[in-house]
Design a protein around this ligand. Structure first.
Ligand code: ADP
Length: 801
């Protein structure tokens, strides 16, 4: 039992010893000396894989032993479940663990009973906004990968969240885990924390550069790895690691490249190296794994991954489905997959060490920069830090690739000898403050402008900046925006300007929407016709300007037909865009799924698809064809940026429409140049935004009730990826979009039909899969789901009749 440990729940010391923690690593020892088990706040800036997690566990467990409650904030959703699984081993010692993932607005009340809660910073932010009751009970908060406060997209959320937690709870112990960055002392200053900074690693890391015939390492040593003429440098280095046995086995490699496509093609190529070095048993196991991968989804990506994996090579990037990702990670850790080609997502926290890390690409295309930009030192260091598996490898090797002697020198200067950049707060940017100012006011952290500014004084930004006026001036700009859009009210009488969120402001904050998204959605929905056509009979044609216009709606400007049919949906088929376009409402467009998908894709909460070459022409055409469905005015083609944005949203909206029209995942992936994981991501985001839109539409005056129904339908179609007529069937567990379509074609059109249908027909539609069929019948509520005695051969004829 590590001798310096006390104040932990009974048995924890022994359990750690049983896990192989005979003594604390030096940085852990330093953390304990600094008081981390006595409730002291601490910033631990130490390299990857040097035992930061245990520092956090010691802090949390001792805090819980004193009767407290701990929160562990992770930067990625994928890490939340990994960390929860890790902490669950303490349940034997009476410590309960819960994870809060899922959607932003889901309720977190059950978490009140847990000792340790794991969540992303966005989730914690959302829980605070929604007034989760247990926030006040926290005694210890851990922020994993705190250096990500530097990220312009997600950093401000972490920053503000930590500031809020510390404000609600002045005695809170804050433990921040960081990579080795240039200014860990500033982070410690901000958090009023002790600092433990160290370069210590449990396993030796050699970093070097390969050029010509050898790797030169930072310790002065050299390893000969000659590359033949025409031979691929990366392939040679992967082969070299595999051919060098330690511990009876060759070493695995992790190759970092700069794009998904490069990751895929590298995996294919490196399969030649790994494939020729497999044992018969490995081949068999890999073939099984490849089958499992194919089973996850029926897409090209899935197929490509399986093909590579059969030969012991894999790729890994954010476009992969999460099941694919974890299959690859597990098999790599089990040493079955010998080489993984990855984009930097893998370097960010997922625990997948390798004997050798190869940083093949050290530049990446950057749109804002307008060309290839060198990676940050911190990023490269984190990739390199993945080298060396404690207990398995004698040392880790990180190798950068150079194609000239000059580049070799440059890489040494730029990365090998260099310190990581300092982190800098990105809070004082309008988009970040827009969201956080509203949330801060709405959840009662500030009731005046002065109060708001003094709250913001607790952020890293305030610690770092010399220009105090800047935060105040951006804050004022943001307050103006929030006021104009009706999200906050300002009382300018009296001493300090009073601030309060309006009803809709509260809703927007709780929904976790960027206020600009909310404004965009509300504007779009307000352009929709008032569908209460009580006076007009179905099929009557009325002049558009004869009807009472809704707010902001102007039929002529929007270019709608002047004479329209008064009822929106005479034959109940809202899916036909031609009909939808023809049946314009009185003073605005009829709501179609595409219109709504385009609307939510326009908001800053959606990452739009890029327009590739040729896309501008294609989507300009689509835009004019379907203009009547789009909610709001199409910008002029001369407004370059706005028009491009509009088209990019249209491309994204079309992807969603394809999904809701049952287009094959593969076709979608190909058509839009994305991976299956991206499709899932776009669909999830749009579902969430439509759910929010539904709430907004209900809460705000002047939006027609019919719109709410349409929004819900469009969302449900995304949820299941089906046309309207399949919604009922696809809602039955285990059915899904493809099976629902086959059942429908066999004449089974609803859940009720499933309960009544001829079992042979059901079986036939499900291609004779009995277990699946029984499960589906049961889930549909059939009393006798058993298929005993049903003849699958008779199903074909039964289906035909
Ligand atoms: P980090 O969070 O810094 O990236 P981890 O916490 O994942 O690193 O630690 C890496 C590995 O080292 C884990 O497998 C962990 O179990 C192990 N480890 C941590 N501390 C010790 C220790 N004191 N003795 C032995 N192994 C340890």
């Amino acid at each position: 039992e590590p001798s310096s440990l006390s104040g932990l729940p009974a048995g924890v010391g022994e359990a750690l010893e049983a896990e192989g923690v005979a003594e604390l690593y030096p940085p852990q020892e330093a953390a304990v000396d600094a008081g981390v088990t006595d409730g002291e706040s601490l910033v631990a800036a130490v390299p990857t894989a040097s035992g930061k997690t245990l520092i956090a566990e010691l802090a949390m467990l001792s805090s819980i032993e004193r009767g407290g409650k701990a929160l562990y904030i992770v930067p990625l959703r994928a890490l939340a479940s990994e960390k929860k699984a890790e902490f669950e081993r303490w349940e034997d010692h009476g410590v309960t663990v819960g994870v809060s993932t899922g959607n932003y607005d889901s309720d977190g009340e059950w978490l009140a009973s847990r000792d340790v809660i794991v969540a992303t910073s966005e989730k914690v932010d959302s829980l605070i906004r929604n007034g989760a009751p247990w926030i006040d009970d926290l005694t210890c908060v851990v922020s994993d990968e705190v250096h990500l406060v530097d990220d312009s997209h997600r950093g401000p959320t972490l920053e503000v969240t930590l500031a809020k937690l510390r404000k609600v709870n002045p005695g809170l112990q804050t433990v921040a885990l960081s990579a080795t960055v240039g200014n860990a002392d500033v982070i410690a200053d901000w958090l009023d924390a002790e600092l433990v900074e160290s370069d210590w690693r449990p396993i030796e890391l050699r970093t070097g550069v390969h050029f010509g015939n050898a790797i030169n390492f930072d310790d002065g040593s050299q390893r000969e790895v000659p590359v033949e003429r025409g031979e691929d440098q990366t392939a040679r280095l992967v082969a070299d690691a595999l051919d060098t046995e330690e511990d009876g086995q060759g070493g695995s490699s992790l190759v970092f490249v700069n794009s998904r496509r490069n990751a895929e093609s590298a995996a294919r190529k490196l399969g030649e190296v790994t494939g020729s070095r497999l044992t018969g048993e490995e081949r068999d196991r890999l073939r099984e794994l490849a089958e499992e991968i194919r089973g996850v989804s029926d897409t090209d990506t899935s197929e490509d991954l399986a093909d590579a994996v059969e030969r012991g090579s894999a790729f890994h990037h954010a476009g992969l489905a999460s099941e694919h990702r974890s299959l690859v990670e597990d098999a790599f850790r089990d040493r079955l997959i010998k080489c993984v080609s990855a984009t930097p997502t893998l370097a960010a926290g997922v625990n997948t060490p390798a004997r050798r890390v190869i940083v093949r690409d050290w530049r990446r295309y950057d749109g804002e920069f307008g060309g290839m930009k060198p990676l940050d030192v911190l990023e490269v260091h984190q990739m390199c830090g993945r080298a060396g598996r404690p207990g398995l490898d004698p040392y880790g090797e990180a190798v950068l690739l150079a194609n000239s002697a000059d580049t070799r020198e440059e890489l040494f200067d730029r990365y090998v000898w260099a310190e990581a950049e300092p982190v800098r707060s990105k809070l004082a940017a309008e988009p970040a403050l827009r969201t956080h100012v509203l949330a801060t006011v709405a959840s009662g952290f500030a009731a005046t402008r002065d109060g708001l500014l003094s709250f913001l004084d607790n952020t890293l930004y305030a610690t770092q900046t010399d220009d105090e006026g800047r935060l105040a001036s951006v804050t004022d700009t943001v307050l103006d925006y929030l006021e104009v859009n009706g999200f906050v009210e300002r009382d300018r009488d009296g001493g300090s300007e009073g601030l309060a969120a309006t009803g809709i402001g509260h809703t927007v904050s709780r929904l976790y929407l960027d206020p600009m998204s909310a404004a965009e959605i509300l504007d779009g929905l307000r352009t929709v016709a008032d569908g209460d056509d009580e006076g007009a009979g179905a099929g009557d044609f009325v002049p558009a300007d004869g009807a009472a216009p809704g707010p902001d709606a102007d039929a002529d400007d929007a270019g709608f037909t002047t004479y329209t049919r008064a009822d929106g949906d005479a034959d109940g088929d809202a899916d036909d865009p031609a009909e939808a376009a023809a049946s314009d409402g009185d003073d605005g467009p009829e709501v179609t799924p595409l219109g709504l998908y385009h609307l939510v894709s326009r908001t800053p909460d959606t990452y739009q698809l890029y327009l590739k070459s040729g896309d501008r022409e294609e989507y300009t055409e689509v835009c004019y064809e379907r203009e009547a469905e789009l909610l709001g005015d199409t910008p002029s083609e001369y407004e370059d940026v706005r028009f491009e944005d509009w088209l990019a949203a249209l491309k994204t909206g079309r992807l969603l429409e394809d999904w809701a029209n049952e287009v094959d995942e593969d076709r979608i992936a190909e058509r839009y140049g994305v991976g299956p994981g991206d499709i899932r991501g776009k669909v999830d985001t749009a579902e969430w935004l439509l759910r929010a839109a539904e709430t907004l539409a209900r809460d705000v005056e002047g939006i027609d009730g019919d719109v709410v129904v349409r929004v819900r339908e469009a969302r449900k179609r995304l949820e299941y990826g089906v046309r309207e007529e399949l919604l009922d069937l696809a809602g039955v567990r285990n059915v899904g979009r493809k099976r629902a379509r086959r059942l429908y074609e066999a004449g089974i059109e609803s859940r009720a039909d499933l309960r009544e249908a001829d079992k042979a027909v059901v079986l036939g539609a499900l291609r004779g899969r009995e277990r699946t069929a029984e499960r589906i019948l049961e889930n549909a509520g059939r009393e006798d789901p058993s298929l005993d005695g049903v003849d699958p051969d008779s199903s074909a004829s039964a289906a035909a009749t």
